[in-house]
Design a protein around this ligand. Structure first.
Ligand code: CU
Length: 87
């Protein structure tokens, strides 16, 4: 599983945008998103972590590599304005 920390994902619209970006990059991928902790978990079918990260970036967000079990050091940075239409 690939996990990204996306701190500028702030609402359900962002979740939809990122889900679409990931499935466009890898049509067989399974995406699970936890908005509260800003985590995007992807079970890829074909794409690499770099390709999926690039797809999320292209959608206007800032993906960071995250461990499957996020440690206490993964404190959320102040959300930046990203690709979301609602902020
Ligand atoms: Cu949003």
């Amino acid at each position: 599983m690939i996990v990204f920390q996306v701190n500028d994902m702030t609402c359900g619209h962002c979740v939809g945008t990122i889900t679409k970006a990931v499935t466009a990059a890898d049509q067989g991928a399974t995406v699970r998103i936890d908005l509260a902790s800003h985590r995007v978990e992807i079970e890829p079918a074909a794409a690499t972590e770099a390709q999926l990260g690039a797809a999320i970036k292209a959608a206007g967000f800032t993906p960071m590599a995250a461990q499957a079990a996020s440690g206490p050091s993964a404190t959320a940075a102040a959300p930046k304005r990203g690709g979301c239409c609602c902020h």
